[in-house]
Structure formats: structure tokens, C-alpha cells
Design a protein around this ligand. Structure first.
Ligand code: SF4
Length: 307
């Protein structure tokens, strides 16, 4: 019998809501063009909607005119980008998630205390580029467990070492990577920085994956936490697909699907989830049943925007 399950928590986290409210506030307060450094959050729908309202996304601060408005994305930026923005007299609005800021502060404090810092995360992800660029000392990125040996080979086992992690990693893979590091540095200091939203969404997907033969995750291909949700479902033995929205459903995804679970990455808006449910209902699935693994009430206040 066909069934549809909807995971909770899913979709927007507090950091994404805050970043989008900051952009809204800037659009309301200013008649000048609002620029955003990188995608404000990794979601095609969100970014395209903001573009249609005049927001300009840049990957290079040279693209912003002197004195222009620049918003730093939820992923955070390096100290060099902050400096460059100031040198160009840009009007800076920082939408970095407070949980990412906390990692920058902790990392820099470790460096000042003489630690070598390992950052577990993806080299090319803007959050990791921002974090490593905030640390003024010895810091190295480790992508995964198999990276550890290479990363530690020139570091004396007696060194003071610590680790930080990206906020949107797989909880279980990160645990494996940290355990591998502990083989070389049993006293390594650190804590996982995988955030509450990533952890809760992965738990909720595990719960639906156990009941479903197919899991559909709404999210964009460059969204780290959305990709991890698809992997978590797959690791629990379920077919899983990452799609931007219902228009990306391919016949093979629904072939042999009876019990479908739906979730969404932390940067994916809920309207896309509702559209997907509606489309599945048109194809014979019943209204979705909500499976709640945990309640979530975290809110990050939006700072006052001065332009
Ligand atoms: Fe902040 Fe976590 Fe959301 Fe990233 S996923 S913006 S760290 S709350």
C-alpha cells in the first residue's frame, strides 16, 4: 500500500532563517544594490528568487563598487575577505551563522594557545575556506578518515593538537575521522561542531529511512547538509535521491516506490516540500504522515541593520 512520510525536523535552520531575514532587511532599508558574497545559502530556488528581486551575488569583492553594500553569507568568510571589504569601504553586513562564528573564535583561541588545529571538513566548501582563513597559525583541513595519515605525517606526536569540524558533516563519518586522529594523538582536544540542525535532520532521516523504500531529499547539489541527508538514507539501506524540486523527479525514482519518505536540507524552503507532496498525491500517494524525531525551537535574533 502506498504511503508518504514527512520527516521533522527538516528544512530551514535558525542560521538560514537569520541570513535570509538579514537580506530582507537590507532590501527594505536600502535603495542601493544589495550584493551578497557567495550564495547566501546553498539553494537554487532561494538564490534565484533573490536575484529576481535585484540582489547581486558575487564571488569576488572587486565586482562590488567602492562603498557598496555587501552581505557575507551564512557560511562565513576569511579574515582576508573582511579586510578587503573594509579597504574598499564597503558597507558590510555579516550574515555568518552564529554557530560558525563560534567556531572561528574557538579556533583562533586554540591557535593563540599554541595548538596545531585540524579542521575536519570539505576543502572547497565556503565554510571551511572561511574558517581556515580566520585562523592565524598552523591549521590543516582533513576531509575524511583516509586523509588523516597524510595530514599528520610531518607533525610530532608530542605536539599540542586540537580539532574543529564543519557544521554540516555526517555525524557518523566525522566520528570515524576523529577516532582515526586519536590513534595518532590520543590527547587531541576538541569537540564536534556539527550543528544541532544537521544532527537533528540526520536523525529524522534515519527514522523515515527505516520505514521507506525510497527517500526524496529536497535540496541543491552544492548543499553539504542536503547531500549528507541523502547519504544517511542510503546508508540505512534505502534508495535516496536529492532533487531541487518536484520537476526533477525522474521515472526511475518512483519506479517500484511504494513507501516514500521526504525531507529537506537546512537551506531548502518548505514550499518546495509541499509542492512535492502535492505532486505525489496527484500520482496516487496519500496525504503525508509526519514523523517527528525531535522538536526544534532554536531562533537566532537578527541584528539591527545599519547602512
Ligand atoms: Fe548555522 Fe547549522 Fe544552519 Fe549552518 S546548518 S546555518 S551552522 S544552524
Amino acid at each position: 500500500m502506498k504511503k508518504l512520510y514527512l520527516a521533522y525536523p527538516r528544512g530551514f535552520c535558525a542560521g538560514v532563517r537569520r541570513a535570509l531575514e538579514i537580506v530582507e532587511a537590507a532590501l527594505i532599508k536600502s535603495h542601493d544594490t544589495v550584493h551578497v558574497y557567495h550564495e547566501i545559502v546553498h539553494n537554487d530556488y532561494v538564490v534565484n528568487k533573490l536575484k529576481s528581486r535585484g540582489v547581486v551575488f558575487v564571488n569576488n569583492l572587486e565586482e562590488v563598487p567602492e562603498g557598496g553594500i555587501i552581505i557575507f553569507s551564512a557560511h562565513g568568510v576569511s579574515a582576508a575577505i573582511e579586510k578587503q571589504a573594509k579597504e574598499r569601504s564597503l558597507r558590510i553586513i555579516d550574515a555568518t551563522c552564529p554557530l560558525v562564528k563560534k567556531i572561528h573564535i574557538r579556533g583562533e583561541a586554540l591557535i593563540r594557545k599554541g595548538y596545531i588545529v585540524f579542521i575536519v571538513g570539505h576543502h572547497n566548501h565556503p565554510e571551511i575556506k572561511g574558517t581556515i582563513g580566520q585562523l592565524h597559525g598552523d591549521a590543516f583541513v582533513i576531509e575524511n578518515k583516509s586523509d588523516v595519515q597524510k595530514a599528520v605525517k610531518n607533525i610530532s606526536p608530542d605536539s599540542k593538537v586540537a580539532y574543529l569540524t564543519q557544521t554540516t558533516l555526517s555525524v557518523s563519518e566525522t566520528r570515524d575521522t576523529i577516532n582515526e586522529m586519536k590513534k595518532f594523538f590520543p590527547d587531541i582536544e576538541g569537540d564536534s561542531d556539527i550543528c544541532y540542525a544537521t544532527t537533528n535532520r540526520q536523525e529524522a532521516v534515519k527514522m523515515i529511512a527505516a520505514k521507506c523504500d525510497t527517500v526524496l531529499i529536497i535540496g541543491s547539489s552544492n548543499s553539504s547538509n542536503s547531500n549528507r541527508l541523502r547519504e544517511v538514507a542510503e546508508n540505512h539501506g534505502t534508495r535516496a535521491f536529492l532533487i531541487n524540486d518536484f520537476t526533477e523527479i525522474e521515472p526511475k525514482m518512483l519506479d517500484k516506490a511504494e513507501v516514500i519518505g521526504i525531507s529537506a536540507g537546512a537551506s531548502a524552503p518548505d514550499c518546495l516540500v509541499h509542492d512535492l507532496c502535492e505532486q505525489l498525491e496527484k500520482r496516487g500517494w496519500p496525504k503525508p504522515e509526519l514523523l517527528e524525531s525531535k522538536s526544534e525551537h532554536i531562533i537566532f535574533p537578527v541584528p539591527e541593520i545599519r547602512l
